[in-house]
Design a protein around this ligand. Structure first.
Ligand code: CU
Length: 359
């Protein structure tokens, strides 16, 4: 049976674009408090989801393909005023934020990056135009070569399909957008961007702000260069340069969070519903200590379990957090370039990998 499936997949991969399910962020965990992100296959049919979402609208689990348009900011349609959310979630400066994706295909190799932008006192109507973004975390090719080595996306899969960042310590309190993104490079010359934006209220007494040289515009960080157009399936490449600026140095913040390494991420995180803030409650929270006492709470709330890529789905579905998340079987066609399709070797590997991880 298995060999028949393998043979069919192999045959299909040579005559038709590869069909694959992509992914989206289903939960955002702020200092141990879980918030349900925008669930496209549910929330697009329910204008008043409960609890309210702190995440901006996304249409589905597919990619943004034009990195020069407004959709690259927070995903397709997220900039439309009618699609904006007024909800925010509080997190103390210096605390951890974990993004849990619903799934991620193993062949969608690429970097993971996270930016923040100050909205002032409320993100509801924040205009993301101009040099407003600063990078707080990024990881690209971790080891080996681009075709068979370990990418940030592989680390994400191995860590319960999740990614953890730290809000820069001493960051000035206020409302912030946090933009977390995977860039999938499996289709040479046709990069796929999967951005998502959530609305935070950073609490605490911090006053640090990024320097003007650290602030960049989105769109603007991506260009037609190696960071987007690389053919990762070419043999022997050991270097990949992540697009955009260096990670901010505010608050003596250093690069990638230590949890983002193979086996280093969070396991099942006990579900503790986060409190939704909007309007006056946002203003009131700014400058407060918020959940700051939770610096100890955070450590206790995270059970670290080493998981292997193939078993992560099971682990993820045992958390209560994912009960609130949409379950979807929706698959959308991945645009695969001619270059890629012609690479017989790569196609073979692609089919094999999908067999072992997709059910
Ligand atoms: Cu995809």
């Amino acid at each position: 049976m298995k060999s028949i499936i393998a043979a069919t997949l192999l045959a299909l991969s040579t005559i038709a674009p590869t069909v694959s399910a992509h992914g989206y962020v289903q939960n955002v965990i702020l200092n141990g408090n879980t918030f349900t992100a925008f669930l496209p296959f549910q929330d697009n049919y329910d204008p008043k989801p409960s609890p309210k979402r702190i995440t901006r609208h996304i249409p589905d689990d597919g990619p943004v393909t034009n990195f020069n348009g407004k959709d690259i900011v927070c995903n397709v349609g997220a900039q439309d005023a009618s699609q904006r959310t007024t909800s925010h979630g509080a997190v103390p400066a210096g605390a951890e934020v974990t993004f849990r994706w619903d799934r991620w295909p193993t062949d969608h190799h690429g970097p993971v990056t996270t930016y923040m932008a100050s909205c002032g006192s409320d993100c509801s109507n924040f205009d993301t135009t101009g040099n407003v973004w600063f990078k707080i975390d990024h990881l690209g090719l971790v080891s080996g070569t681009t075709d068979t080595g370990t990418w940030a996306s592989d680390v994400l899969i191995a860590n319960n399909i999740s990614w953890t960042v730290t809000v820069p310590p001493k960051l000035k309190s206020g409302a912030y957008l946090i933009r977390h993104e995977i860039l999938a490079l499996h289709s040479a010359g046709a990069p796929q961007f999967y951005p998502h934006c959530s609305q935070l209220v950073v609490t605490g007494s911090g006053t640090a702000t990024p320097s003007s040289s650290e602030l960049v515009a989105i769109p603007g960080i991506y260009k037609n260069d190696q960071s987007t157009m690389i053919n990762i399936w070419n043999n022997g490449q050991t270097k990949y340069t992540i697009a955009g600026p260096a990670v901010t140095k505010i608050g003596a913040y250093t690069t990638t969070n230590a949890k983002n390494k193979l086996g280093g991420g969070p396991g099942a995180i006990p579900f503790k519903a986060g409190k939704i803030l909007s309007g006056n409650a946002v203003t009131a929270a700014i400058g407060s200590t918020g959940d700051a006492v939770a610096s100890g709470n955070n450590a206790g709330a995270t059970t670290t379990t080493t998981t292997k890529a193939g078993t992560t789905t099971k682990a993820a579905t045992t958390t209560k957090a994912s009960v609130a998340a949409a379950s979807t079987t929706s698959a959308k066609s991945c645009k695969v370039s001619t270059k890629k399709r012609n690479a017989a070797k790569a196609s073979k590997r692609h089919a094999k990998k999908r067999l072992s991880t997709e059910h």
